[in-house]
Each structure stands twice: as C-alpha cells, then as structure tokens.
Design a protein around this ligand. Sequence first.
Ligand SMILES: *Cc1c(COP(=O)(O)O)cnc(C)c1O
Length: 467
Amino acid sequence: MGKPGLSALAQLPSIDRLLNSPSSSELILSYGRKEIKHVAQEALESMRIAIKQGGIVDTNEAAICSLIEQKITRDANGQIRRVINLTGTLLHTNLGRAILPQESIDAVLGVLRDACNLEYDLESGERGNRDEFIEKQICRLTGAEAATVVNNNAAAVMLILNTLALGKEVPVSRGELVEIGGSFRIPEIMSQSGCKLIEVGSTNRTHRGDFAKAFNSQTAMIMKVHQSNYVIQGFTASVDDKDLAGLCAESDIPLVIDLGSGTLVNLEDYGLPHEPTPMGALKSGADIVTFSGDKLLGGPQAGIIVGCRELIDKLNANPMKRALRCDKMTIAALSSLLQLYNHPDQLTEKLPVLRMMIRSIDDIRQLVIPLVAMLTGRFAGKANVALVECNSEIGSGALPDRLIPSVGIAIRPLQTRVNVDAIAKAFRSLPIPVIGRIHNGEFLLDCRCLEHSEEFSAQLSELKINE
Ligand SMILES: *Cc1c(COP(=O)(O)O)cnc(C)c1O
C-alpha cells in the first residue's frame, strides 16, 4: 500500500498561493492581509499534522479559506463584547457588574475623543490633581473630610493596610474573614500588604472584650469587613461600629471599615432592605471607609476611600497609590455618576442599577408576555416555553440573603430531543450573546435586567437549536 497521506501533503497549497487565490481575496479585504496570513499559516500547519496522523483533509483552496474564516470568527468571540445579562444577578462580577448611566458613557467618550484636564487646573493654568474632581464630590455627598480613589476596592484595602499597618498587627473578627471570589481573601490580602492578621472572637460571636484583649503596642488599626456575600445566622454577636470606634479612640488607633458594596442612598427609601452606607459608618466613628464603584454605587470599577484628612494624606503619599490610581475613563465616568446623586429625585430613572432593582414585576411581565409567544414558536416540538415567576439577586456581595421577586422565561427541553445545555449554548451564540441560567433542568431567562426587548427579539430568528 502506498501512503495517500503524503500525496495529500504535497497537494496543500503554499501560503503565497493560498493568499493569492480568489477565495481569500474577500477575507483579506475584511480582516487584513497580515491577520489572514497568520491564521492561514496556523490552518496549514494543523492540516499538515492531521494528514501525517492519517486524517482525510480537503486541500482545496476554497475549503481551506472557509476553515480560515471559521477560525477568525471563533477568535472574534474571544474578544470582550456586550452581552445581554438575563442571569437574574444584577451586579454580576463575571458580566462586568454595574451598567453605567448614559451621563457616564458620554463623559467617557468626551475624554477619549479629545485631550482633557486630567491633571491640569484650568483656573491657574498649572498642574492639577486627578483626584480633585472626585474628592470634592464624594466629600459633599458623604460628609467626609477627605477622599481618594483607586482602581478597585481590593486595591483600596491593600493601600490602607500597607500605609497604616505595614509590619504591624490588625485585629479582625473571625466572622469577617471573607473571600470575595477567588483572589480577594482577607487573610491573603493582609499578608500581601505586609500586615499581621490577628483573628479575634469566633466565627459566630465576637465581643468588645475580644478586641480589647488583642490590643498591644503592635496594633496598628482595627479593620471591620462587611460580610458581603454571606450571612451568619442563629447564635451570633458582633461589635457595632460605635463600640469599635470607642475602643480605637481609647488606644488612639484608626477604625477602618471595608463596606464592600457601599451605597450613597438609603435603600429603604426605595422599599429595599437596609444596606450600610459610608455616611452611616463615618457617623459611627470610622476613621476610614472604603467601598466599590461598580457595586451598588452603579458606576465604573473603582475603590473609593473616605475618611479623615490626615489618614487620606498618608494614603496619597504612599508610592503604591501611584500604581493603583484610576485612569481618565474611570475618573470621567465616576465624576459624572456622582453628579447624578445630587438629584436624588431622578436617580430611579437615570441610575440603571437602582432602576433595575426597583423595577416592578408588572413592568417585567408586560415585556415578557410577547417574548414567550415568540419563543414558543421557535421551540415548537423541541421545548416548552413558559412565563415563570423567579427571583433576582443583587449580586457582588450586596444583600446576599435578599431575593427580589421577578418574572422570567423558562425553556424546558422536551424529553431527549434537545438538552438544556445546548439551549443555553444557542443563546450564548447569538450575535449579542444572551446569558441565562440553568435551574432544575430548565433554561431560565430572568428578565429583570431586560429593558429593551427589541434587540433581544430581533435576533431570535438566528437561534440555532441543534437536536
Ligand atoms: C467586593 C468587595 C471587595 C472587593 O472589591 P472590588 O471592587 O471587587 O475590588 C472587598 N471587600 C468587600 C467587603 C467586598 O464586598
């Protein structure tokens, strides 16, 4: 027997012939010669390997070009792009957390298109400070004496620990040694910041006396961490902010509170459960409070630090601050976001996070009814489609034990014909990928975050459901 594979090898076109073939001219027009050459080389190499392993390979130029196109579209899927979040988690860390208000989007575009006064004082014509815009706004909104911003809240916590407690001890209640998804765990953050964590109390109960016992000449500060993504229920006790502040004042050390998902509004005013605010924490006597920009605040990824002038000045003087500072996009987005908070009466309309949190079930239901009818048609004979009541959650560690009643679409595969993972994948493969969740064998699309259904329904004809 001869070796048919080897003759196939000889039939593979050279890269030049491939690039000059009529089939590739359109690809080159769309994606550029350099990109096509790169992908073509990869494609030819994998075909060579396949042939050597005895595979049957179509060496026709048109076939190779179609392979190249497939590869390029797959690579494009690897780029960051918008998706429709119907997971029911409003602030989904994997899906980019908060959706920003139009005002912030416009502000970002403005500073991207042109030069901006990021560090330039228009009044004096001299060098300015990039945090100044935000510092004034935050101080006005929170009543804090001083404020600064960094890249995210994890960075804020590290900067504080590294500045105020390097080489020293920081007592933290055992009930607050949180992990916020993978890489942010209080014990690790402590050691990476150069501090010694002193665990205090027990998991469910920590008392004032536990902290008092932990104090010594090496104690740099007390840190209180908001139990963002879990609740401890039952036989519990913790020391409230005022008591902690009193203890700290006696020893002349600062009380630092990591609020996680701080909000600048009183959520109870909107019929939502209470969530601690930076204003409240400062009032109770905290010397420094930190929170995220992209959680309940509803803005860009950022870590916002408020507190007394002396300590904030120390943070700003740490060289680490320079490494953790925000860029102009973040500052523009955050600054315009904070302006919205000056008009509390407009917040429920303009701030997407709040708007989605308080959106009424009836409003969602009105939007869902026609979608259910459309999807019933699309899935005829393959799956049952139904309007269902479901529960949304805020996510990102805000109000972990509180669910918000919502309405969604449940797609339940008819036995064995289609499987639920394939349905989820089909929605993910749409031009604007739709992300839902699989629950009890159904694919569930919680529609609380779906505000404009036209885009969603317009692409349903492209849904490819494989049997
Ligand atoms: C979310 C959270 C963090 C981390 O904030 P990022 O902005 O994601 O860096 C830190 N601490 C607490 C208590 C949190 O909830």
